[in-house]
Design a protein around this ligand. Sequence first.
Ligand SMILES: [Mn+2]
Length: 489
Amino acid sequence: MCIVMFFKELTSYVLTKSICLEFRALRWFGQPTAATHPHLLKEGEVTLGISKTEYKSRRTKLFELAKENFKNVSLVKNHILILPSATKLYMTNDIPYQFRQNSDFLYLTGFQEPDSLLVLHTSPDDSHDYHSVLFVPKKDPMKELWDGPRSGVEGARWLTGIEEVYNSEELERFCGDFCKRMGHFALWYNYMKPVHLEFDASVLRHFLKEKRHQFLETTVHLCQKLRVIKSQAEIELMSKSCQVASNAFADVMKFSYPEVKESYLHAKMDFECRMRDAQFLAYPPVVAGGNRANTIHYISNDQIIYGGELVLMDAGCEYFGYTSDISRTWPVSGKFNAAQQSLYEAVLFVQESCIAMCTTNHSLDEIYRKMLELIGHQLKKLGLISAKMKDVEMLKVSREFCPHHVGHYLGMDVHDTSEIPRSIKLQPGMVITIEPGIYIPETNTSVRTEFLGMGIRIEDNVLITESEPVVLSAACPKTPVDIERVMQR
Ligand SMILES: [Mn+2]
């Protein structure tokens, strides 16, 4: 190597090194990266466990799906898909809520800053190909002084692997240019329920009025169709999220004692999930002692749970974008009484029978119908309803004892992909909840008094495979024996 080349190489090495160091020193990004958070992310990952390649393949699939779903192929060849990020929300003047990225936007980019936007459009040179364009908040030292670093155009390009990145302010110009350049096109945008109100009002409404778009479609179904089937990387994150919440549940059980406050169990759950690297609880947890378990969405969590009472906790965490959603019911004193145990075992029998049905032969709606039937038989067995009751009447009564569905799809959102009907057969890669319950409020005058004021729900998170269902929340104590064992101190 000649001496000039050697010095060139050396300078370039030193430069690269110093840029890397600068990245670290300046905390250059608006989210964790392999460079700034090596304890969290590996090289090549945009978010934990998910690579640039996977994000790119999601965008490609979405674009292909849009074309496949488009009926007027003969009239229009060009497509543009617009997917905004979430914006920051404030609880009061200057005080933000914890920011949570829009799930569709996150699914397609991995980019975690607010006020961003993804565009996918047909390539001007090749109508079979497509371009990704990302808009991100521009670097702004004054704003960053208060809110922390932004990735900016350069940072976002490096982070996501999307080549074409602009400041969000350039969205309007881009839309104008696009109209001039592309002729007629189909526009895909969630215009019914805009994700980002400001982009919607300032730019996208005008774009919608633009005469050149001939067809307006929504992106919601397309994204959900992809999101409902989890990739291998997503299955690993879902497992981890369920594991974290399951182990945290066991710790909350161990921690319970007569006269514990519901708020303490709530705090303990939050603490144990965060101690296992979850970012936050996936939803306000239900921590309901005694009769309060009969309020399905009880979240006040401000009462005392007395010895001899059951507590129903419905809680889960969000682990790097993926949620868990588990329910357990246990005696706060650590020991079931006879009535509690018999009702608990009835729900457990129903729940395990429903889990066994989590195969590609059934839909969630079919499992729900089976659940009502099974609950009815258990109610008869317990003497809660007449053994002679006819089936039609029994199913109606079952719906009174369990007013909710057997489960829902689970993923980046807790009630994930809610546009996907529960009537379709389960498919490998889906994750669902199975959560039957029996609720007997104090006001119920038709049953024996020892059951009054009990509400029991048992909920697990289940991965659908080609063969047997996999219970991702299996580490969470469930049988009376297991529960009583973990609670022995
Ligand atoms: Mn649930």
